[in-house]
Design a protein around this ligand. Structure first.
Ligand code: FES
Length: 567
């Protein structure tokens, strides 16, 4: 019989009886009774941090989770893991997602627990936890931070960071003063919780619920709402049941549940980053998320949710409008209903028993959607042989079918030093190109794909342009922005061959992105490029930067490490 609780996974001293004796003696030093130490152990992966504003309410959530575990007869033991506060990490939090996933996986495996609660929220933390938990293979339940509440500025409701971007664009265009932009700074993010729009954090919370890893109905509860604490307590209780029942991540993460998650991503107008994260999570169990599948589903999944950055509302409205339950009920005819959730119910059973108020202004009915197709679509062609992605729901569709002259920025430094040059020979119809900002570019694939409109054009009233890069974009951003071009420029992808003046052809309807330059000329450029030094991370001769530089995969493989994917 397999050992349970604190008897599991003994430390090696060469004498198992002594190891057990020592462990219990040290556990007793924490003041636990023998009765308490004989209970099933629920580990709680816990990433609060002074560098993570989105997680500042985690002590309260932890207390409620522990309460639930104790009520259900378990022993809750939290363990800290790396925390990734989106705006506090250099060069970018994505670079450390894999490190956090390794931390989560190894600590779940190394410590004696029977199930684990994953408390996460800010963008990369939920994917990192699900990746780690999928690899560790222990029953795991996700508790999400919940979105922050919106603030207001002179009668206008606002929330990070869609409104950060629109106000900043107005400031760059000279429509807002320095004094006003400074006042707004203190009003954009005012409570604990994750960004209050359908950005990456909220998208990943919704996908975690769709995949079955959260208690049904909990993804969208605001961070500061009392329901969030009740959900935390219930999560703790369920974790004890899981410890006894043993429902493991591979039972939830199936080809069908992944397809459901893609449907939901498309219907909520979710973040482009979620495609990378879902690919990485699925890859931990040997499942593939293909961009061709995304396109097939996008054609047949209407966008239902009217939330920023694609629409007008915020996460607090989404919660009040019916949240994920309402979305799943509307999408029901398109979903695989036999997928399990963490409570052991099938999706069909969950939806059967659910009813409730739906505010159709925020969550539209299936037959009257915001858009008849999904929010994201992949593009392929000579510029992106392995694919690229565009969030069409947050883009200007009048720019979707056209040819444009490339205007190239060779790197992030080149972009920031030139973008506001009043002499820049750039025109509103040009396609702005950013090269060398992909996973192996030395910058860790930052969210720089939202290239600013050049100052001279923005002051002239230009609001949107086609922008193409191998970078990512924040889930809170918007515009006609083509991202994740694969393979990236730094590993020899065709994006690196583009020069200012080349013609590029975009057709969102045909899913095409092509560089219209003769093959002989491209061959010549490729030879020239091969002789130039490649971009690398700082300090990549050692430590984690070395590991990252040498093992990170391209966007179409989720930017995971090659050695972490399932064989
Ligand atoms: Fe944490 Fe947006 S900064 S979710």
């Amino acid at each position: 019989m397999k050992e349970k609780g604190l008897k599991k996974g003994l430390t090696y001293y060469g004498d198992p009886d002594f190891s057990r004796y020592l462990r219990y003696s040290f556990a007793r030093s924490m003041g636990y009774s023998g009765k308490m130490l004989s209970r099933p152990v629920v580990g709680v992966a816990y990433p609060p941090s002074g560098f993570n504003n989105c997680h500042r309410h985690f002590p309260e959530l932890l207390e409620a989770v522990k309460r639930g575990v104790l009520v259900a007869g378990g022993l809750p033991l939290e363990f800290p893991t790396i925390s990734l506060g989106e705006a506090f990490i250099n060069p970018t939090s994505l670079m450390f997602r894999n490190l956090m996933s390794m931390d989560v996986e190894e600590m779940i495996r190394a410590q004696p627990m029977d199930s684990v609660v994953l408390i996460g929220g800010c963008d990369k933390t939920i994917p990192a936890q699900l990746m780690g938990a999928a690899s560790a293979g222990l029953p795991a339940i996700q508790l999400v931070a919940g979105p922050m509440m919106t603030g207001s500025h002179e009668g206008k409701q606002l929330g990070a960071c869609t409104d950060c971007r629109s106000f900043w664009a107005q400031y760059r265009a000279g429509d807002k003063s320095k004094a006003e932009i400074d006042r707004i700074e203190g009003r954009l993010a005012t409570t604990a919780g994750t960004c209050p729009v359908m950005g990456t954090a909220s998208t990943m919370a919704c996908l975690a619920e769709t995949l079955g890893f959260t208690i049904p109905g909990t993804a969208a509860i605001p961070a500061v709402h009392a329901d969030r604490l009740r959900a935390s307590e219930a999560t703790g209780e369920l974790a004890v049941e899981l410890a006894n029942k043993g429902l493991t991540p591979d039972q939830l993460l199936t080809n069908e549940s992944i397809e459901n998650a893609l449907r939901v991503l498309l219907a909520i107008g979710g973040s482009t980053n979620a495609v990378i994260h879902l690919t990485a999570i699925a890859g931990r169990l040997g499942k593939k998320v293909s961009l061709e599948t995304l396109n097939r589903l996008s054609d047949t999944t209407p966008m239902l949710v009217n939330l920023k950055p694609s629409g007008t509302h915020y996460m607090e409205h989404f919660f009040a409008a019916g949240g994920m339950g309402a979305v799943l009920r509307e999408l029901k005819p398109l979903l695989h209903l036999d997928c399990l959730n963490i409570s052991g119910q099938t999706l069909g059973e969950r939806l059967e028993g659910e009813e409730g108020y739906v505010d159709y202004e925020v969550i539209r009915p299936l037959n009257e959607p915001v858009e008849p197709y999904g929010g994201l679509v992949s593009l392929f062609g000579s510029l992106a042989p392995q694919g690229a992605i565009i969030k069409r729901s947050a883009a200007d569709s009048s720019l979707f079918e056209r040819k444009g002259r490339a205007f190239v920025f060779h790197s992030l430094e080149n972009l920031s030093s030139r973008i506001d040059d009043p002499e820049l020979d750039v025109k509103p119809d040009d396609f702005l190109i950013l090269q060398n900002a992909g996973p192996r570019s030395g910058t860790g694939m930052p969210e720089s794909g939202y290239l600013p409109i050049p100052a001279k054009l923005s002051k002239a009233g230009v609001k949107d342009m086609v922008r193409i890069s191998d970078a990512r974009m924040s889930g809170t951003a918007y515009g006609t922005i083509i991202l994740h071009v694969t393979p990236e420029a730094s590993v020899g992808g065709p994006l690196g061959l583009v020069r200012t003046g080349d013609m590029i052809e975009l057709s969102v309807s045909d899913r095409r992105l092509d560089l219209r330059v003769h093959e002989n000329e491209l061959k010549k450029r490729r030879e020239e490029m091969n002789s130039k030094p490649e971009f690398k991370l700082k300090n990549s001769e050692r430590g984690y930067s070395w590991l990252y530089q040498n093992h990170v995969l391209q966007a179409d493989e989720g930017c995971d490490f090659d050695f972490l994917k399932a064989k």
